[in-house]
Design a protein around this ligand. Structure first.
Ligand SMILES: NC(=O)c1ccc[n+]([C@@H]2O[C@H](COP(=O)([O-])OP(=O)(O)OC[C@H]3O[C@@H](n4cnc5c(N)ncnc54)[C@H](OP(=O)(O)O)[C@@H]3O)[C@@H](O)[C@H]2O)c1
Length: 266
């Protein structure tokens, strides 16, 4: 299927790792120019090189998304690189795991500023030019926890619920402009971020981390219908489709790519 992404430019936040990195590589392979973003410049530069060596177009923009000034710099660099941003994938996110009763009010507001405030900063700077050009894509990377909150990451789950709501309200706000706003909500995906958490959990129980054993126990415990933990490509494929002009009629949606984790009709 031709996704008609040639000539489009995509900024994928948090593309120095995991889901974001795979999404950037796929969009580049589909013909889009991509902005690799993160806080680690050497890693961003390495991924840019990898994409360029494979015949793609990529540029790095570095910055902390909890900061107004750094986001403004990221947007300036990203916009200048290829003459505008057509697709914004709000993927960067932190996912600390703390029990509810040990999570302070500052933990809640700091994470909200980082995971939700970052979306506000980016969208308010980037969407006006999309509206002017009468075409654009804004895609949030949510989480199954956004519609199925659990106790060990309550503040994280709440930021993901907020992102789903941001996409719905943005879809209304941008109605009729040619700019769509949607969420892709992953289930468990094997990424450096997820494995970092799993390693910590294993260490806390005095165990060696082993992915296959972790996956088996996870699938058993959650009765995950897919029977396996997902791969970054599972999410990247959904993002690529929503990024395409073929998805013009999809806006305000929350597409669950979660292996069946959320046991509801939507
Ligand atoms: N993996 C899963 O199982 C899973 C499940 C559901 C939802 N998700 C969501 O999917 C997204 C990606 O997850 P992942 O597992 O691929 O994560 P990951 O491997 O930990 O990578 C996170 C990326 O986000 C960047 N980042 C994080 N906080 C940032 C900040 N404040 N400012 C700038 N950059 C920041 C990191 O950049 P640097 O490292 O360069 O600083 C990195 O590129 C997240 O929003 C996560 O909540 C993941």
């Amino acid at each position: 299927m031709d996704l008609h992404l040639t000539g489009k430019c995509a900024l994928i936040t948090g593309s120095t790792s995991g889901i974001g990195k795979q999404t950037a590589k796929l969009l580049a392979a589909e013909g889009a120019s991509v902005i690799i973003h993160g806080r680690r410049k050497p890693e961003a530069d390495r991924i840019v090189q990898e994409i360029v060596s494979a015949g793609g177009r990529a540029f790095a923009a570095i910055g902390e998304l909890a900061s107004d000034d750094q986001v403004a710099e990221v947007v300036k660099t990203a916009t200048a690189a290829f003459g505008g941003i057509d697709i914004l994938v709000n993927n960067a996110g932190a996912f600390p795991m703390k029990p509810w009763l040990q999570t302070t009010a500052s933990d809640w507001t700091d994470l909200y500023n980082s995971n939700v405030g970052s979306v506000v900063r980016l969208v308010t700077l980037i969407a006006p030019a999309m509206v002017e050009r009468k075409w654009g894509r804004i895609i949030m990377i949510g989480s199954y926890l956004g519609s199925m909150p659990g106790s060990p990451a309550a503040n994280y789950a709440t930021t993901k619920t907020a992102m789903i709501a941001q996409a719905v309200s943005l879809a209304r706000e941008l109605g009729g402009t040619g700019v769509t706003a949607n969420t892709v909500s992953p289930g468990p995906i094997r990424t450096p971020g997820m494995e970092g958490l799993a390693k910590k959990m294993a260490a806390a129980q005095g165990q060696e981390y082993d992915f296959e054993a972790f996956e088996h126990a996870y699938v058993e415990r959650t009765r995950l219908p897919a029977g396996k933990i997902g791969a970054p490509a599972d999410i990247a494929n959904a993002v690529a489709f929503l990024s395409s002009p073929l998805a013009d009629f999809i806006t305000g949606a929350n597409l669950r790519v979660d292996g069946g984790m959320v046991p509801t009709i939507n």
